[in-house]
Design a protein around this ligand. Structure first.
Ligand code: NAP
Length: 412
């Protein structure tokens, strides 16, 4: 057994040390991500037959581990313990670029030495739902790798299920490759996963948080497929960034103030004011596209603040597709706009293998930019989550270096 390797390097390929350094969250540190994450030495567990051990070169930062660090809305450690896991800590990290160090006996899609990324769809391979041929990401056992599960990419070695391991795009650096898979595959499922409202050429898509992780990928997916994306952002610099990614234009949400739960429908004056705000926002979409057209798909994740507007502006028969409730979960839908105009409010979560492979191929073909944002050191993983939660400097996807040393890329 070799000794613990220094951060910024990995041991010779295939040589697995007994212990590693990891950014660890414990229950008595739940709270501010800057203190919830601490570097600790952790024993590297044996992999199971369907698993792969990956030496992490770089780790993508995602919002899910802001929640894990805070212990809300669920305590991932207690949840796993109830499911029989022995560990009293959490090593998160749902995006990685790295090198395969060990392969379980039932894995046949990768070998030691392969350069890979991992998608975040995770499930029990013997789940009856999946054995029946249904979408695994809706199965009762479906989870998010590196959030619901332990030994994600914030350790020098992470453990992934074989089916989720994908070839890394050769033209990308380690930090670029670690940036987009979670948000990109999630965006892919949102836009292409829901039969009846699959994104088509010529469609109009409204993308909330256009410059962020999900938004920057959604804009590009729309543009690559010949659809028009209108971004919503909170300042002009973010809007211009979205245009460079292929958005036809942007709306600055700071110019409006009708956000949040609308007044009750019996409050006629309040409703009048609220509807005025919504109509003005809808007209801003028309201004951007140059015609009176409503979005066929509204790409949602803020939730409570924006859902009433999303439902209002969505085209008849269109879809509001949502994968999060960053601003809150008590989103209000005025059913008059919903049922009469026959709109769809669709939840979406994670990715399945097929969607992840399709998305990864677009990255490998150079059609989708990973949108590398700020690059952090391994020691700064807590700070990276703190910055993400604050919502400043939201340009693409943040990454932390683990086994790789900086190539000087990324937004400073
Ligand atoms: P991000 O990079 O931080 O981007 C979030 C965006 O939200 C920002 O660009 C911000 O843009 C916008 N925003 C913030 N406050 C807002 C408000 N009050 N109203 C409207 N927009 C607001 O985060 P992300 O990686 O895109 O993730 C976003 C959410 O999706 C997180 O909650 C994350 O956990 C979730 N998510 C879920 C899945 C899944 O599989 N279910 C996968 C990926 C992400 P402006 O301030 O410029 O408007």
């Amino acid at each position: 057994m070799t000794k613990i390797t220094a951060i910024g390097s990995l041991p010779p390929i295939g040589e697995v040390p007994e212990k590693m350094l990891a950014q660890v969250v414990r229950q008595d540190r739940f709270g501010d991500p800057r203190t919830a994450f601490q570097v600790e030495e952790i024993k590297i567990p044996e992999i199971k037959p369907h698993e792969v051990l990956i030496g992490a070169m770089a780790a993508g930062i995602n919002f899910n581990n802001v929640w894990a660090a805070r212990g809300i809305p669920i305590d991932v450690i207690t949840t796993r313990q109830k499911q029989g896991e022995p560990y009293d800590f959490h090593i998160g990290g749902s995006d990685v670029s790295g090198i395969v160090y060990a392969v379980g006996s039932q894995v046949d899609n990768v070998k030691i030495g392969d350069e890979v990324v991992v998608h975040h769809g995770y499930w029990s391979l013997d789940d009856p739902w999946i054995e029946a041929g249904k979408d695994p990401m809706i199965a009762p056992s479906a989870q998010i790798w590196g959030y619901n599960t332990n030994f994600g990419s914030f350790g020098q070695f992470c453990i992934a299920q074989g089916h989720a391991v994908l070839p890394k795009a050769e033209h990308l650096t380690w930090e670029e490759a670690a940036a987009p898979t979670l948000v990109g595959t999630t965006a892919y499922r949102m836009l292409f996963g829901w039969e009846g409202n699959v994104l088509k050429q010529g469609d109009l898509v409204l993308v909330w948080g256009g410059s962020g992780g999900l938004g920057s990928q959604a804009i590009q997916l729309a543009a690559v497929h010949g659809a028009k994306a209108v971004a919503v952002v909170s300042d002009d610099e973010r809007g211009e960034y979205c245009k460079r990614l292929g958005a036809v234009g942007y709306i600055n949400r700071k110019h409006f103030n009708h956000w949040g739960i609308p007044p009750h429908w019996t409050d006629l004056e309040g409703q009048r004011e609220w509807t005025k705000g919504c109509r003005a926002f809808g007209a801003a979409i028309w201004d951007v596209v140059g015609e009176r057209r409503n979005p066929d798909i509204v790409f949602e994740h803020p939730g409570e603040s924006t859902i009433p507007t999303s439902i209002f502006v969505c085209e008849a028969g269109g879809m509001v597709v949502i994968c999060a409730g960053t601003t809150g979960y008590s989103a209000m839908v005025d059913l008059r706009y919903h049922w009469v105009r026959q709109k769809r409010l669709q939840g979406s979560h994670g990715t399945n293998d097929e969607q992840a492979r399709a998305y990864n191929q677009l990255v490998r073909d150079g059609k989708i930019d990973p949108c590398l944002g700020q690059v952090y050191s391994f020691e700064e993983i807590g700070k990276a989550h703190y910055d993400m939660e604050k919502g400043e400097e939201v340009f693409g996807n943040r990454v932390a270096l683990v086994g790789a040393s900086s190539t000087g890329m990324g937004r400073k």
